[in-house]
Design a protein around this ligand. Structure first.
Ligand SMILES: CC(C)(COP(=O)(O)OP(=O)(O)OC[C@H]1O[C@@H](n2cnc3c(N)ncnc32)[C@H](O)[C@@H]1OP(=O)(O)O)[C@@H](O)C(=O)NCCC(=O)NCCS
Length: 244
């Protein structure tokens, strides 16, 4: 099995920390049960269930058969401790390119960053970021160029990690309406073009609290992009570029 990366990570054991070896590699279909079990465990421990929209075994298996990739992180006992799941929606309605008005011809070059979970004992090792950095060359090799994902405004850690990796907020709306049994869950829609793009000059900048949904909706409507998340103040900067 092709190893993407190995290294040493910290494991929280009670009040102390132990170091352990890990291996990152692509998950096989036969390992999907472990993925779903880890997702269930992480979900059960979440204080705010709204931040994670979970996928069923069948949904993930169907998606894998259509080409979805999952990077798994295994500890030295070969237990799955984290994973990152990426899907390729093609021209399906769920393609997030539709939410950010990506041109029709670009839709089949979209990769969706679906769920990422890290076992609570192994948080703080940067695994959300590391798995993304390992996944990008896999995605590029398959010929995809747009990274898109949704993040809950209530999921500060995930938003920080995603924006640190160059994805920008292009939309803010309610998603998963019928499936979630509510009128939908607020989600940022973030995007990064993996191909080099020409830099535009910033024209205007605003800072806002992540929680101020109304203000952000207005800024996005006026052509602003959520550009950076400040770690200390937990504020987002929104930028509008010249020519927009
Ligand atoms: C979001 C998530 C994947 C990030 O895990 P990670 O890669 O280990 O996070 P990081 O290494 O960037 O953590 C940075 C810091 O934030 C802390 N942290 C990360 N996630 C945290 C959480 N959910 N609650 C409290 N603190 C958290 C870490 O302990 C670390 O603190 P430290 O710097 O003092 O050590 C993980 O929190 C998680 O599995 N959450 C539940 C599922 C989820 O929301 N997934 C994303 C949406 S699909």
């Amino acid at each position: 099995m092709l190893t993407l990366k190995t290294g040493i990570i910290n494991k929280h054991v009670g009040n102390s920390i132990e170091q352990e070896g890990y291996e990152m590699r692509l998950i096989k279909e036969r390992e999907l049960e472990e993925v779903v079990a880890l997702q269930g465990l992480v979900y059960s421990k979440l204080p705010n269930k709204q931040v994670l929209y979970i996928d069923s075994y069948d949904e993930m298996m169907t998606d894998m058969k259509l080409g979805a990739k999952i990077i798994g992180v295994f500890n030295q006992s070969q237990e799955l401790i984290a994973y990152r799941y990426v899907g390729f929606p093609g021209y399906d309605n769920k393609n997030l390119g539709n939410d950010i008005k990506l041109p029709q011809k670009e839709l089949n070059k979209v990769a969706h960053l679906e769920t990422t979970v890290v076992h609570p004992d192994y948080r703080g090792n940067g695994l959300q970021s590391l798995t993304l950095q390992e996944m990008i060359p896999v995605i590029q090799e398959l010929g995809y160029k747009h990274l898109l994902c949704t993040v809950s405004p209530q999921n500060y850690f995930s938003l920080l990690n995603i924006m640190k990796n160059g994805l920008k907020i292009k939309a803010l709306k309610k998603k998963y309406a019928s499936e979630s049994g509510t009128d939908g869950l607020w989600r940022f829609i973030l995007h990064r073009n993996l191909e080099p793009v020409s830099m535009l000059n910033p024209r205007e900048l605003f800072k806002t609290a992540i929680s101020d949904i109304e203000k952000q909706e207005r800024l996005i409507r006026e052509g602003f992009i959520g550009y950076w998340l400040f770690k200390e103040s937990k504020e987002l900067s929104y930028v509008r570029f010249e020519g927009v």
